[in-house]
Design a protein around this ligand. Structure first.
Ligand SMILES: [Zn+2]
Length: 277
């Protein structure tokens, strides 16, 4: 299965979207970023990578992919003009408003497909609030991590290297221009510095990406291959769907009739929300 742009909610006619959301009670939320990725990849790399996976996931779950918008939380890339960022509170508000809208469509399960580390903390806070306000069950898929872990050598966990080049190839190959690459930063130094921010136990908080890569990016984009990119995007979509179903089944079994997916919809989502504001 290649891409499925027809799964993007805004490309659907309303009756079709309403039917899919009501029947599946599930929506795929898409979270990316608009930030510099050197000269060889577009600013929207993370937004396109997330949408590419989200469309495939939506196809498998027979529902719609709903974008939060292309922009994420990426203030640490602002040193490179053209980068855009949301304040975390803005992204939180957008997620809450979209979840409320989806609640009106009968959605009870949200699967967030994210491709950007800078969004993760905000998505978690926003998802927690949306669950409590709207009676949803939200699962978050960190698709950049899944992609890297499934093929650690081939899909390098750098910035604008082989993994992200591959992700753009799987979305729209014409957006990759290896001949326009700006100077790469040292790969070993970038890996080491990035690793500090990715430690799970004791870690610094990213303020400026110059701390990882003084030229903005590092890695080996030339290792990416269009055919492999497509295969891997498909694998990642399969993985996300399998894990989400596993989680939903386990939580529903553990909570019996109290699981949100099986709980009758609140009489009025806006009334529930109104009580919380
Ligand atoms: Zn990226």
């Amino acid at each position: 299965m290649p891409r499925h742009p027809d799964r993007q909610l805004e490309r659907m006619a309303q009756p079709d979207a309403a039917r899919l959301l009501a029947a599946s009670r599930t929506a795929i939320l898409v979270a990316g970023s608009v930030e510099q990725h050197g000269g060889h990849l577009p600013l929207g790399t993370d937004a396109f990578a997330a949408m590419s996976i989200a469309e495939r996931v939506a196809e498998r779950l027979d529902t719609a992919a709903v974008t939060l918008g292309p922009v994420g939380v990426a203030h640490y890339h602002l040193g490179w003009p053209g980068t855009l960022t949301l304040r975390p509170d803005t992204m939180r508000s957008v997620l809450l408003d979209i979840c409320e809208s989806l609640g009106h469509a009968g959605v009870r399960r949200i699967l967030v497909v994210n491709w950007h580390e800078g969004n993760s903390a905000t998505l978690r806070v926003a998802a927690d609030e949306a669950q409590r306000r709207y009676g949803l069950r939200i699962v978050v898929a960190e698709t950049h991590i899944i992609t890297h872990r499934s093929h650690p050598e081939e899909m390098e966990f750098t910035h604008a290297g082989s993994m992200e080049t591959s992700a753009v190839l799987a979305y729209e190959a014409g957006l990759v221009h290896l001949d326009r690459a700006t100077e790469a930063s040292d790969r070993a130094a970038g890996d080491h510095a990035h690793g500090l921010f990715r430690r799970p136990d004791v870690y610094p908080v990213m303020a400026d990406f110059h701390d990882v890569a003084p030229t903005g990016w590092y890695g080996r984009p030339e290792l990416a291959d269009a055919h492999r990119a497509e295969e891997i995007a498909e694998e990642v979509a399969d993985h996300v769907v399998a894990r989400a179903i596993e989680i939903w089944d386990a939580l529903d079994a553990g909570h019996g009739s109290h699981a949100p997916a099986h709980r009758p919809a609140p009489a009025s989502v806006s009334a529930v929300d109104g009580a919380g504001r």
